[in-house]
Design a protein. Structure first.
Lengths: 109, 113
C-alpha cells in the first residue's frame, strides 16, 4: 500500500472549517483513500473514503486531487469534540489498514 | 445499533498470568480484526479473520499470543504467559468484508505488572 504524509499537528478555531491535508504521491489506480480519527481513549472511528471523486457524508467531505496524489479532509464546522488524531490511509483491495502517526487536530474555543 | 463490544475495558494483572480479551463484532459483519496500540509502535494489526477463519496472523508477536473465533459473534485474544511488554491497548474491529470500512471497539487497556 502507498505511504501517506500528514502534518504532525494542526489547530482550528471552533466553528471554522478544518482542512486536513494528506500526501499520497505513490498511490496506485485501485487504491482508496480512507480517513479515520481517534479521540482520546476511544477506538479509531471511520470518517470517509474515496477513490477519485470527491465524497461527502454527514461527518466530513473528502477532496481528492485530479492526479490523486493528495487529498484534503474537510470538517465544515469544527467543534471541540472534533479534537482528535486524524489518520489518512491508502488501502488497496485487500483488508489491511496501515495506520501512520496521523495529524493531531486541536479545536480551540 | 450496537457497535463492536470489547471486554474488559481495563485489565491489570501480574506477569505470568493468562489474559483473555473478548470481542463481539457488529452483527452481520464477516470480517474481524485484532489490533494492538502502543506509544512506540502505534496501531498494529495482529490477526484477521474472515468468516470465522484466521486468514492472516503474521502480526501476532509470538506463540504466547493466540486468537480464536468459535462463531460469528465472538472472538478471543489470549496471552499466556503475559509479560510487561504486552501492556498496550488492544482493539477489535469488524467489517462487512470486501474492502468495506472497519469499525472499531473502544479497546481493552491491558497493564501487565
Amino acid at each position: 500500500d502507498a505511504k501517506t504524509t500528514q502534518p504532525t499537528s494542526m489547530d482550528c478555531a471552533e466553528g471554522r472549517a478544518a482542512n486536513l491535508p494528506c500526501n499520497h504521491s505513490t498511490i496506485s489506480g485501485n487504491e482508496y483513500v480512507y480517513w479515520y480519527r481517534q479521540i482520546h481513549s476511544q477506538g479509531p472511528q471511520y470518517i470517509i473514503h474515496g477513490l477519485k471523486n470527491n465524497e461527502t457524508n454527514e461527518m466530513a467531505s473528502l477532496i481528492i486531487t485530479e492526479d490523486r496524489k493528495s487529498s484534503t479532509l474537510i470538517l465544515p464546522h469544527a467543534t471541540l469534540r472534533d479534537t482528535a488524531v486524524y489518520y489518512c490511509i491508502v488501502r488497496g483491495s485487500n483488508y489491511k489498514l496501515t495506520f501512520g502517526k496521523g495529524t493531531l487536530l486541536t479545536v480551540n474555543p | 445499533d450496537a457497535g463492536v463490544i470489547q471486554s474488559p475495558r481495563h485489565e491489570v494483572t501480574e506477569m505470568g498470568q493468562e489474559v483473555t480479551l473478548r470481542c463481539k463484532p457488529i452483527s452481520g459483519h464477516n470480517s474481524l480484526f485484532w489490533y494492538r496500540q502502543t506509544m512506540m509502535r502505534g496501531l498494529e494489526l495482529l490477526i484477521y479473520f474472515n468468516n470465522n477463519v484466521p486468514i492472516d496472523d503474521s502480526g501476532m508477536p509470538e506463540d504466547r499470543f493466540s486468537a480464536k473465533m468459535p462463531n460469528a459473534s465472538f472472538s478471543t485474544l489470549k496471552i499466556q504467559p503475559s509479560e510487561p511488554r504486552d501492556s498496550a491497548v488492544y482493539f477489535c474491529a469488524s467489517s462487512l468484508g470486501g474492502g468495506q470500512p472497519q469499525h472499531f471497539g473502544d479497546g481493552t487497556r491491558l497493564s501487565i505488572l
